[in-house]
Write a protein that binds this ligand. Structure first.
Ligand SMILES: Nc1ncnc2c1ncn2[C@@H]1O[C@H](COP(=O)(O)OP(=O)(O)OP(=O)(O)O)[C@@H](O)[C@H]1O
Length: 331
């Protein structure tokens, strides 16, 4: 499958007199194949918008290479721009224009046939409100207009930064169907979003970025399988047995996360060893269940952004975590 978007070793450092240097992208890699819906995920401040802005020529990279539709950018941007539709950050519209006027203006500037305006209004569900002024629109309606503007030129590659922002549950579901339909029709779609359940439902593949570096990538199923490796939920007959059980397992080298009524273990190859080890300490297991991770828990683990009771995590406190689940206990 040809790559529609390729990034290798991308670097971007913001410099300011007051704050010094900030490495927003620190050798970032990304690849999106044709016809995929690809999720681009990362905590706040991890470098997603910087990546998209660099790719679209809005800011200059300090190093690395990028290609869109097989052409090196930024050099080939004039050639490929007509085939790439993008919304990065909230686009601004003239408040006194209607959605139809806004799209007609953009269509005229981009030599897009007028009938396409009605097509995209229909696609994003704005047909019946298209004559009203944008200043009377809700956040979700403005978001739909933004997606419509990105779709006007029927691009080969559609890049959407937080497309579900402000949409109601019905709107999110419609957006999901629209993305899938566009991909089925051959468009490649890159979505950045913090709604991970949604990404898991919509996307074929994902890239996860943390502190300006890629920490995971690949088909969603493979990423989930890779990072679910050996996760096991354990309940004991008495909850008072959980702390000594956690201690015994940790002493044996198992990664243990303790919850009120159960333990989560990572990297367990042979669950029977857990039962045996606990029984040897006089602790009896009432449930031992393998757990498949969802995208949210993989994301929280890889970007180290899971909430810690009693702490207020600051935006730059995510840390780089090596690939694969640590531990490997249970031989
Ligand atoms: N113009 C700028 N000047 C200085 N620092 C910047 C600038 N733009 C972004 N940064 C910094 O670069 C880092 C990456 O920011 P970026 O906007 O790319 O993150 P993001 O992943 O899009 O975050 P979010 O999910 O919050 O939108 C952050 O630490 C941010 O503060």
């Amino acid at each position: 499958m040809p790559a529609v978007l390729e990034i290798e070793g991308l670097r971007k450092t913001y410099k300011s007199r007051r704050r010094g240097e900030r490495h927003a992208l620190d050798g970032f890699d990304m690849r999106v194949d044709a016809g995929q819906v690809h999720g681009f995920l990362g905590p706040n401040g991890s470098g997603k918008t910087t990546t998209l802005r660099t790719l679209l020529g809005l800011i200059r990279a300090d190093g690395g290479r990028m290609a869109l539709l097989g052409k090196e950018v930024p050099a080939a941007l004039p050639e490929v721009a007509g085939q790439v539709g993008a919304i990065v950050e909230s686009p601004q519209f003239f408040p006194h224009f209607s959605a139809r006027d806004t799209l007609s203006l953009l269509a005229g500037a981009g030599e897009v046939p007028r009938q396409r305006v009605d097509e995209v209004l229909e696609l994003v569900g704005l047909r019946d409100r298209a004559g009203e002024r944008v200043k009377t629109y809700s956040l979700g309606m403005k978001q739909r207009l933004a997606v419509a503007s990105a779709l006007l030129k029927n691009p080969k590659l559609l890049i959407l930064d937080e497309p579900a922002n402000g949409l109601d549950p019905g709107g999110i579901r419609e957006m999901r169907t629209l993305m899938r339909d566009l991909a089925a029709a051959g468009m490649t779609v890159v979505l950045s979003s913090h709604i991970l359940g949604e990404i898991q439902l919509i996307c074929d593949s994902v890239t996860i970025i943390s502190l300006g570096r890629r920490v995971a990538f690949g088909p969603v199923d493979e990423v989930l399988a890779r990072y679910s490796g050996g996760s096991v939920r354990v309940r004991l007959e008495a909850v008072t047995d959980l702390p000594p059980a956690a201690d015994a397992l940790r002493r044996a080298g198992v990664q243990v996360t303790a919850y009120d009524d159960h333990l989560m273990l990572a990297g367990v190859d042979k669950p029977a060893n857990v039962t045996r080890l606990l029984a040897e300490s006089g602790l009896y297991v009432s449930e031992l269940a393998p757990v498949t991770a969802d995208l949210e828990s993989v994301f929280l683990e890889l970007t180290a952004t899971a909430p810690v009771p009693g702490q207020h995590r600051q935006v730059d406190e995510s840390r780089k975590v090596g690939g694969g689940s640590a531990g490997g206990w249970g031989a």
